[in-house]
Unconditional design. Structure first.
Length: 166
């Protein structure tokens, strides 16, 4: 999550799902998950699992939210220019208005994003970058969540963008 001193809001990527969990006998096998439990993750909503929420830390109220079909596992970046950047498993790096949540820009990177975007200044210009690449155990979990992410491309890359002045 990220905080903006300008808006006074936290920006929290959240996931909403249910799980069936059961105990299983556990024995160590090199390279395998060592959980002692089995589980299946189930979607609660037809239209989303992930939700980026702007939350007021004083009242605890949700100011706005942007729903995402698949889970949100990447971090969030706030900027002094009133923008929020975050990535989706579907491969989109998105820029939204910090006050309203309105999507102002998106770019398809070609693979899922689970990393947080970062920013720096270079030669008087503000840069935004994100590393991309999708993998891990999620598709092995089964259930509704796996069905929403098992088609994703697994490649990896680094994308860098210069913010337009204006």
């Amino acid at each position: 999550m990220a905080y903006s001193p300008q808006t006074g809001l936290f920006y929290v990527p959240a996931n909403e799902w249910s799980m069936d969990i059961w105990n299983e006998p556990v024995s160590y096998k090199k390279g395998a998950a060592y959980l002692g439990a089995g589980f299946t993750i189930k979607a609660i909503h037809d239209d989303h699992i992930g939700v980026l929420r702007a939350m007021d830390p004083v009242t605890g109220k949700i100011v706005w939210e942007n729903k995402n079909y698949a889970p949100l596992w990447g971090g969030v970046l706030t900027t002094a220019g009133g923008l929020i950047f975050y990535g989706t498993p579907e491969g989109f790096l998105k820029g939204v208005d910090a006050k309203t949540g309105k999507e102002l820009w998106s770019f398809q990177t070609g693979t899922g994003i689970v990393a947080p975007p970062v920013s720096w200044e270079q030669d008087g210009e503000q840069m935004i970058a994100v590393t991309t690449g999708w993998g891990g155990a999620v598709p092995l979990w089964g259930g509704d969540v796996a069905k929403r992410v098992n088609f994703l491309e697994q490649g990896g890359s680094v994308w860098v963008f210069k913010l337009h002045k204006g």
